[in-house]
Design a protein around this ligand. Structure first.
Ligand code: HEC
Ligand code: HEC
Length: 269
């Protein structure tokens, strides 16, 4: 579900998403005409984005309480697993993912800016502190722990062919000049562990690349779905959405399959 055009708020993102959410509720409640966008919130240039563009280029490093997040994570573990490794391949792993990326995904989900999923109604009940704590908790878990042998879903998965893996690796590292696909490693890291030094604040104290996710060992089916969504222009409500959609538009089913196979094959390595 997309938010209405009244979502244009007068707020700066620097004051935090809680204010954004409060303003969202207020603007919705009053059904007022949208005020002029200000610092941090800009009208979107994307063709069918309904609300203002969330500008995440000036975010601060996330503050959250991982221990409190753990205490709140029981519901989430039903799908994302006790160790942050999801129970089925269509749900994303969260273990070791960047806290900033996860927090802003939850905020976007709560704003109604993500394609609806089984998770959407659950996020509606989370407070800003919940989202910070949960993001801090999953970020603190070790990535790619050893898998239980009997994890559901795995027995039906056919291992990818060597040529598919090689194509995925080449696309990841070098892109495809003919197809206009940039090298993924430029933004997600050579080892797919995320943008290099993304957590190091710049001179203004901002971490603009902390919302560039880690991809190493992510679930293959989830990657396929998500890349298909970028390709189909389903993410266009934030600055990182637009960055990745620009890449996604260049992909086709073959390149999506190869990239998803390659990245998921890095699990545990
Ligand atoms: C019913 C299953 C389910 C439950 C329960 C669930 N999620 Fe999710 N989660 C998903 C699915 C499916 C996605 C991918 C689609 C989406 O982003 O909506 C997802 C995506 C995410 C993402 C974005 C990950 C990425 O790589 O983009 C985060 C962060 C997340 N969930 C956190 C949580 C937290 C925190 C909770 C507990 C409050 C939770 N989830 C509960 C199914 C679930
Ligand atoms: C110019 C920088 C840039 C390049 C190049 C890039 N990405 Fe991304 N990617 C991003 C950003 C930013 C996001 C976060 C988008 C969002 O918030 O939805 C992202 C998100 C993703 C996600 C979602 C991860 C998750 O957990 O849901 C996947 C998958 C992905 N990129 C794969 C790729 C692949 C494969 C390539 C190479 C074909 C690539 N990216 C190239 C910047 C980039």
């Amino acid at each position: 579900m997309k938010p209405t055009g009244t979502l244009s708020t007068i707020l700066s993102l620097a004051t935090g998403s809680l204010l954004v959410l409060l303003a969202y509720a207020q603007v919705r409640a009053q059904d007022a005409p949208p005020p002029a966008p200000q610092d941090g919130v800009h009208e979107s240039a994307a063709p069918h984005a309904a609300g203002p563009l969330l500008d995440l280029r000036r975010i601060q490093p996330l503050r959250g309480d991982a221990a409190a997040g753990k205490a709140k994570s029981a519901l989430c573990s039903n799908c994302h697993g006790e160790q942050g490794i999801s129970i089925v391949p269509i749900f994303p792993n969260l273990a070791g993912q960047r806290a900033e990326y996860m927090y802003w995904q939850l905020v976007e989900s709560k704003l109604g800016n993500l394609p609806p999923s089984t998770m959407t109604p659950l996020v509606a009940d989370l407070s800003d502190a919940d989202m910070r704590d949960l993001a801090a908790y999953y970020a603190s878990l070790p990535p790619n722990p050893p898998l239980p042998a009997d994890r559901p879903g795995d027995e039906t998965a056919t291992p990818p062919a060597a040529d598919v893996l090689a194509r995925g690796q080449a696309l990841y590292l070098e892109g495809s000049p003919e197809a206009g696909i940039p090298p993924c490693q430029g933004c997600h890291g050579r080892d797919a562990l995320g943008f290099r030094n993304a957590l190091q604040p710049n001179r203004s104290g901002h971490v603009p690349y902390a919302t560039y996710p880690i991809l190493r060992g992510q679930q293959r089916d989830y990657l396929q779905i998500r890349l298909g969504q970028y390709q189909g222009d389903e993410f266009n409500d934030s600055t990182p959405d637009l960055v990745m959609s620009g890449v996604g538009h260049r992909l086709d089913p073959d390149s999506i399959a190869a990239l998803s196979s390659y990245l998921s094959s890095l699990y545990g390595n």
